[in-house]
Design a protein around this ligand. Structure first.
Ligand code: IPM
Ligand code: MG
Length: 375
């Protein structure tokens, strides 16, 4: 197990040469290939503008991997990912994803839930309830009930199954340190999801509080996860960083999708102790709209933003965020955002073209500060 106290940011030395990154794209299935291809176009564009190069290799996971290699998470994919600067992943219906997360020990899953001003009225809540919403869900990703002892058997009472929520204290400690560090860099409040009234042998509160001694200024607020889910839909603006175990974080982060208007908007980063990461949208394969070219690529693009930030390519990340805000402010909406009134329905390709046009018209000052774009 890693002992690093914080995850490295693997920025390359920009000032001496043009950095070059190699990523592995794993499009997967369903809408995965559509959103990954779309996001890549934007990534390549900002790379050009920011003066770095991006080499893209393609890997396999899930059903496509099974067909080709006889395994959901084949060795060929591992060989590509080893030594790369990041993995950009779309979606799979089953198989491979949990193995991939575990293989690289991507324990620290960051799921930012931020409202875009022009989408306030798309939230499941009234606009005044979500204005300024900016929550970071930090989900433990390689342990807990997803990976504990499990099985399906039969005895004299009939067939039964079980999954076990098992955490080593050290697994809680290392994710706690990441969450405390993030809270310290943000607004200093860390809400810890737990269920100690029913699951007392998983003392998240005590373990996180013990680590918090090394993070002055951070207020640790333990909250029973059922109450936390309710507070997220009653009063989400009160939250800053939310730390949760694997299963609780999975559930709570989907509430985030409803709060910001669509799960299709959210991206995530899953990092290991070396700062190596897997970047993926939070949504799944969406088989009902797969192949129609109407999927929202902004979740995958959000994941790309996190990848760029992790590399220290803040300028490139900023270009994408600014362009996205402008395109949305102009009223363009993919189908998942149910355009109404004067809003304009666009498909995947159209929203990417709009983003590319905004990115190309953005103007930077010599100091690197973004000016208003040309009209
Ligand atoms: C997510 C997804 C996955 C998870 C599924 C596809 C296994 O829901 O990333 O949130 O539960 O981790
Ligand atoms: Mg989920």
């Amino acid at each position: 197990m890693y002992e690093a106290s914080s995850i490295n940011e693997s920025g390359k030395m920009k000032f001496f040469s043009n950095p070059s990154y190699r990523i592995v794209c794993i499009p997967g299935e369903g809408i995965g290939p559509e959103v990954v291809e779309a996001a890549l176009k934007v990534l390549q564009q900002v790379a050009k503008l920011e003066g770095f190069t991006l080499q893209v290799d393609y890997g396999w996971l899930g059903n496509t991997a099974l067909e080709q290699f006889g395994s959901y998470f084949p060795q060929a994919t591992i060989e590509l990912c080893d030594g790369s600067d990041g993995i950009l992943f779309g979606a799979v219906t089953q198989g491979g994803l949990l193995e991939l997360r575990k293989h690289y020990d991507f324990f620290c899953n960051l799921r930012p839930i931020r409202i875009v001003d022009s989408l306030l009225h798309k939230s499941s809540l009234r606009p005044e309830k979500v204005k300024g919403l900016d929550i970071l869900v930090i989900r433990e990703l390689v342990s807990g009930i997803y990976f504990g002892p499990s099985g399906r058997f039969e005895d004299e009472q009939g067939a039964y199954g079980y999954h076990t929520m098992l955490y080593y204290d050290e697994e809680i400690r290392r994710i706690a340190r990441q969450a405390l560090r993030k809270a310290q860099q943000r607004r200093g409040r860390l809400t810890v999801a737990h269920k100690e009234n029913a699951l007392p042998h998983l003392p998240w509160t005590r373990i996180v509080q013990a680590e918090a001694i090394n993070f002055p200024g951070v207020i640790v607020e333990p909250m029973l996860v059922d109450n936390l889910a309710m507070q997220m839909v009653l009063n989400p603006q009160r939250f800053d960083v939310i730390l949760a175990s694997n299963l609780f974080g999975d559930i709570l982060s989907d509430i985030g999708g409803a709060l910001v208007g669509s799960l299709g908007l959210l991206g995530s980063a899953s990092l290991n102790a070396d700062g190596f990461g897997l970047y993926e949208p939070i949504h799944g394969t969406a088989p009902d709209i797969a192949g129609l070219g109407i999927a929202n690529p902004l979740g995958t693009l959000g994941a790309c933003v996190l990848m760029l930030q992790q590399w220290g390519e803040a300028g490139a990340a900023q270009r994408i965020l600014v362009a996205q805000d402008k395109v949305l402010a102009k009223g363009y909406r993919t189908a998942d955002l149910s355009p109404q009134g004067s809003e304009i329905l666009v498909n995947t390709e159209e929203i990417i073209d709009l983003l590319l046009a905004e990115i190309c018209s953005e103007k930077y000052s010599e100091s690197g500060v973004l000016y208003e774009s040309y009209k």
